[in-house]
Design a protein around this ligand. Sequence first.
Ligand SMILES: Nc1ncnc2c1ncn2[C@@H]1O[C@H](COP(=O)(O)OP(=O)(O)O)[C@@H](O)[C@H]1O
Ligand SMILES: [Mg+2]
Length: 371
Amino acid sequence: MQKEIMIQLLDVAKRFGEVEAVKGISLDIFPGEFITFLGPSGCGKTTTLRMIGGFEDPDRGDVLIDGFSVKDKKPYERDVNTVFQSYALFPHMSVFDNVAFGLKMKKIKESELRTRVEEALSLVKMEHYANRLPKQLSGGEQQRVAVARAIVNNPRVLLLDEPLGALDLKLRKQMQVELKHLQKKLKMTFIYVTHDQEEALVMSDRVVVMNKGQVEQIDSPTDVYRYPKSRFVADFIGETNLLKCTVGEEKNGLLFLRHGQTVLQASAELAVGAAVGREGFLSIRPEEIKVYETSPASQKSKADGGSADTIIPASVEEVIFIGSTAKLITRTKTPEAIVLIAHSPLAAGSALVGKTVFLSWSPEQAIFITE
Ligand SMILES: Nc1ncnc2c1ncn2[C@@H]1O[C@H](COP(=O)(O)OP(=O)(O)O)[C@@H](O)[C@H]1O
Ligand SMILES: [Mg+2]
């Protein structure tokens, strides 16, 4: 069955003088999804969002809502509402009046207005703060009011530009979950912008990874994390080890990659566009590297008649405690002396510094990327 498309970006581009902020983005957004533009500062996220909202006109391309171009429609004529990074609440108005403002402009009658404002405040758990002024609220509470003010209009789409940017970490994490629950409850389409990869992974149904005004990858959070399609995505999302390699040969579903004199294996199935002789990068997540104090090779080969797991001896140069695990900075005992980072639940901690360990990973966890 064809999924109904709600918003379509067709090769939209925007330039500010010399700066090509958005270089031609095409994208379909579906009703009820939580989609996030993720990328470093300056990559064009806000500009893209503003073109959807109608605050910025594209130089090229078009934005369609329900199949129709909204080129000539003002922001308030699009069934879209925006929550900006700065809460932009009216300082002299109570919480209630802030939320009611848009409805009053639309001349909604008093009884309905009251019901809708109370409902919106209750959805963001601010029903007991209706009479306060914004300055009597914490940052998180103000942001909740800003969200209430946007959803009270019952738009089909909510645009949110780094709405949690000003909050401290703990509150931000709490609000991430709350916003996600709210979105599911309202079945509203959320188009969200953040530069925080963890935030994007936690909240979204799909993530649009952007870099320099272009889309690098559009996928579910698990897929952008596990199957990055470009070096940029592998590097930007989470932490990874990236090794420059050349494809040597492909055999039995495995790619044999040359990194200097060291040969590393990767799953051929998960590699995109890998042909013999092709250069690229191997990405191995630190948490996928198992750390052994004695070589696992002998037990392994007996157990399953030889395995494709890579096993490399390495010396531990530094151990950094990161809470639930330790981060090991190691250098392989191969001619290239590759620096590899492994996350290990090993309790040994700093006692490993200077010791030799064996690093091991399976080919399914080694993703070859050609660009
Ligand atoms: N109104 C503007 N005038 C000039 N340059 C702008 C304007 N808005 C954005 N830019 C530039 O366009 C690029 C993309 O900006 P923006 O979309 O805000 O990125 P992001 O939201 O990803 O940080 C940046 O280089 C920024 O400086
Ligand atoms: Mg921005």
